[in-house]
Design a protein around this ligand. Structure first.
Ligand code: NDP
Ligand code: OXD
Length: 320
């Protein structure tokens, strides 16, 4: 018997095999149109009520004019808000413990790698050098987390657990136990005490190009390494990469860990690949778990069809 439940269209530029496998037991009783499946490429989308998107095909919204909601395949929505023809329907982003946990693992890992001078030890090991480097403790460094949303708050708490002194900055004031927080007006005071700066901000008009030479110059130089470290897993559009390169070369920054870039993949010729004490990862800090993504979309559709509001709605005016 054909399903009467409203169809969902999947338009995700993720690993096609993983999407196909996850769809095998997702959305029970509902017609699912997977645009990455060549066998479904020509399907009529006019009855689709829900779309799950990540870098979707440009004709999606022309071909699916009756959507009741759009779901982002990731936590960030900058790539969705710029899609041609995005309809004025609720936009729901992906929030899930699988993603939050992964991100905090990456952030804590990077802070520890810099604290324990791992890049320097690796370089020594390649040369067969046995030499102990200074060992400051986590509490000797202040990690400043920019962006105290779902990801920033979790990372801040876990960094605190590891013993770091932690401060946080967000647009609106926040109270988080054990963490000193600053709002927009406190940016300079926040930067002045930060030894390891962690970016977990969405890309918006306000955050574009925020991490630049002027900002790096305001960071603390009183920490054990004499210069701060910049760690970014938010969005590459928030950082000025030429300024990072110059700051590392001149010693304004002691090092960096970057997961996101203004152009991805990062150009093979980028100096960031080979700068000393700069760690590059390929936008892999917290990939979406596809099964968890589909469970989250199922939950939100179920809520909507019961007359309950969607959770994790994007504020289109704020841009996140
Ligand atoms: P949230 O929306 O939960 O949090 C965003 C935070 O940023 C909030 O604290 C918000 O302030 C703050 N913020 C936004 N704009 C400004 C501003 N202009 N000035 C100061 N603070 C600002 O997002 P998440 O924590 O879930 O995710 C953050 C970002 O991480 C995503 O948007 C995405 O870009 C990135 N990401 C990267 C991944 C990766 O693998 N590299 C994976 C997943 C996400 P307020 O609290 O006041 O609203
Ligand atoms: C996201 C991402 O936004 O993976 O979820 O970047």
């Amino acid at each position: 018997m054909p399903s009467t439940a409203a169809p969902v269209v999947i338009d995700l530029k993720f690993n096609a095999g993983e999407v196909q496998a996850a769809l095998a037991d997702a959305f029970p009783g509902r017609d699912v149109i997977n645009r990455a499946d060549p066998a479904q490429a020509g399907r009529d989308l006019s009855q689709a009520r829900y779309a799950v998107v990540w870098k979707s095909q440009p004709d999606l919204f022309d071909r699916a004019p009756n959507l009741a909601a759009v779901f982002s395949g990731g936590a960030g929505v900058d790539h969705v808000l710029t899609l041609p023809g995005l309809p004025d329907v609720p936009l729901v982003r992906f929030v899930d413990p699988t993603l939050t946990t992964r991100m905090s693992e990456w952030v804590v890992l990077q802070c520890l790698l810099h604290l324990r001078q791992h890049v320097a030890y690796e370089a020594q090991a390649r040369r067969g050098v046995w030499a102990e480097l200074p060992q400051p403790e986590a509490r000797d460094l202040t990690v400043g987390v920019m962006g105290l949303g779902v990801l920033g708050q979790d990372a801040a708490r876990k960094l605190k657990m590891m013993g770091f002194t932690v401060a946080g900055w967000s647009r609106r004031p926040k109270t988080i136990e054990g963490i000193e927080t600053y709002d927009e007006s406190g940016l300079d005071a926040f930067l002045a005490r930060t030894d390891l700066l962690v970016g977990l901000l969405p890309l918006t008009a306000e955050t574009r190009g925020l991490f630049d030479a002027a900002l790096f110059a305001k960071l603390s130089r009183k920490g054990p390494f004499g210069a701060p470290v910049f760690i970014n897993a938010g969005r590459g559009g928030s950082q000025v990469e030429a300024d990072i390169v110059a700051a590392v070369r001149s010693g304004v920054l002691h090092g960096a860990s970057l997961d996101v870039f203004s152009t991805e993949p990062l150009d093979a010729d980028s100096p960031l690949w080979t700068l000393p004490n700069v760690i590059v990862t390929p936008h892999a800090a917290a990939a979406s778990d596809i099964r968890a993504l589909f469970r989250h979309v199922e939950t939100q559709i179920e809520r909507h069809e019961k007359g309950l509001p969607f959770e994790h709605l994007v504020d289109r005016t704020a841009g996140y």
